[in-house]
Design a protein around this ligand. Structure first.
Ligand code: SF4
Length: 262
């Protein structure tokens, strides 16, 4: 099914055109793509992104309503009672480290930024607990500044698609950034991550039920027959995803539709 040229036979222009075609297919495939961490404003998003390390967005979203109700400002985090915050964060794992990060984040924001989260990458990456990935999430989704989020899904997929062979997240960010218009970066990131969570899984990608199959050099990495591939689709739109890929939606089991996207 794949009509993609071998990686070393593809020109830079050919790769850019193919990447942009894939970007358009991703937009049609995942019209619901969005930041999956519930938040209201930059501080809540920075906090939720710090908490998302080593756990699922769903788990973070279960914890944050109570957390956000208890701690409303940077000063609230700075002055938090450690034991109380640790209890709230316990379900997200690594809760002691995460508590330290949030208290230090609050302190730094109060001391250096008048309690506000700054809207510049260079400043965001100096904050405790905030690396480049978190900074780009915050910029793209809370400040409307285009950013590419290179998380584990993004890294896996863009390499499978031969958009880049880089392994370093910062280099990946630059290479992929050059393939697309800047204004598309934030939504592209969401769509790639959605595809990684719902279709192109780490162990068994659903190649036989994937809208990107004709453009993907890794087609065949997972099962290509419709019945096997349809079972691998995940999320509330799993049946629509099957239809978009030309697969009978009846092949998608009910469990796939209710399954939590990883
Ligand atoms: S599921 Fe298969 S065909 Fe689709 S993007 Fe992933 S590797 Fe390519």
């Amino acid at each position: 099914m794949s009509r993609t040229p071998a990686p070393d036979a593809e020109t830079d222009l050919g790769r850019k055109r193919r990447a942009r075609r894939m970007g358009r297919v991703l937009a049609e495939t995942h019209p619901d793509a969005h930041c999956e961490l519930d938040h209201d404003g930059p501080l809540q998003l920075a906090v939720a992104t710090i908490l998302s390390a080593q756990t699922t967005d769903k788990r973070v979203n279960e914890v944050t309503p109570k957390l956000f109700a208890r701690y409303r400002t940077a000063a609230d985090y700075a002055g938090a009672d450690r034991a109380e915050m640790e209890e709230l964060l316990r379900p997200t794992g690594f809760f002691r480290n995460k508590t330290t990060s949030l208290i230090n984040l609050g302190r730094t924001l109060v001391e250096r930024y008048d309690g506000r989260v700054p809207g510049k990458l260079t400043e965001l990456v100096t904050l405790p607990g905030i690396g480049r990935k978190t900074a780009n999430v915050v910029l793209g989704n809370a400040f409307d500044v285009p950013g590419i989020t290179v998380d584990t899904h993004f890294q896996r997929l863009v390499r499978r698609w031969n958009w880049t062979t880089e392994t370093d997240p910062v280099k990946i960010e630059y290479v992929v950034g050059a393939l697309f218009e800047k204004r598309e970066w934030t939504m592209l990131s969401h769509r790639v991550i959605f595809h990684g969570r719902r279709v192109c899984h780490a162990r068994k990608p659903a190649c036989g039920a994937c809208t990107l199959a004709p453009l993907c050099p890794s087609y065949g990495l997972g099962p290509t027959d419709a019945p096997s591939a349809a079972k691998l689709l995940k999320g509330p739109r799993a049946r629509e995803l099957a239809i978009q890929a030309g697969v009978d939606p009846a092949l998608v089991p009910a469990t796939a539709v209710t399954a939590e996207a990883p």
